[in-house]
Design a protein around this ligand. Sequence first.
Ligand code: ADP
Ligand code: MG
Length: 293
Amino acid sequence: ATPTALMVGVGRGGQLGILIKGPDALEASGVIDTVVLDKTGTLTTGEMTAGEVIAFDDAGAEAVLADAAAVEQQSEHPLGRAVVVRAHADGPTWPRAHDVTAVPGRGASGTVRGVPVLVGNAALLDEAGVAVPEEALAAVEAASAVAANAVLVAVAGRCVGAITVADELKESAPEAVARLKDMGLRTVLLTGDREVAARLIGDRVGVDEVVAEVLPTDKAAVIERLQAEGRRVAMVGDGINDAAALASANLGLAVVSGTDVALKSADIILVRQNLNVIPDAIALARRTLRTIK
Ligand code: ADP
Ligand code: MG
């Protein structure tokens, strides 16, 4: 490979909003055959909005929202941010939560007014030995059916309510995925979200395969499994919890809203929010490699 042609390719990428960290990354993009896409923050905008707040007991919706916001205020997850924005808008005040811990792929826990509060999915409550009532399961099902999320809230060992949070698909997602498929690439949606919600999004964007309910710590293992099948994998993520997967992939692409962690583990940084930048980057790499040969 002539270094000059590769450097020209890197330079051309820069003009297109594709920051390629070096000639090796460009060379890797020319030979990948599978593109794995993170859902939240990559295919979707990641700008989530909270909708309905449901209370399961007399304490009421305002108390559910306030306790959830107290914990989520210290979480960096887009779901948590949506809960806090909603609480600010609705006006309940809340005390500072203590000992807040993020539970990756599940939610967060903390102490509010001296009482333990859990905010997250059914698995989070299950693991803490908190019963998930019928009405909570119904809220989760209803949310999944429209590709939304129901954040469950437990106070002092009892599930007291749920907050529905919805995300929006990036407008460019279906076209970008169609272009990747036209280029002969296999497309895979990888998410920690529930199977039902993930399939809905997967169908809307038209990916070949959906891998759902994967814990953040297991995302890299999914990449490695594809590689063991002989696939050369590009991973596209925003890095909220996919830095390890980005690093494991043959090629890691980070969308620019991503965290510093993702940017460090990525080979290519995509500066445009339009997802067509993914096929653009791979096409550029292929063209550059052809020039060299
Ligand atoms: P993704 O793979 O789509 O980025 P995550 O792995 O971050 O999703 O999260 C998986 C699931 O864990 C979420 O769908 C949600 O149910 C739950 N979860 C994670 N973090 C939080 C949080 N801070 N608040 C509420 N729920 C959360
Ligand atoms: Mg994510």
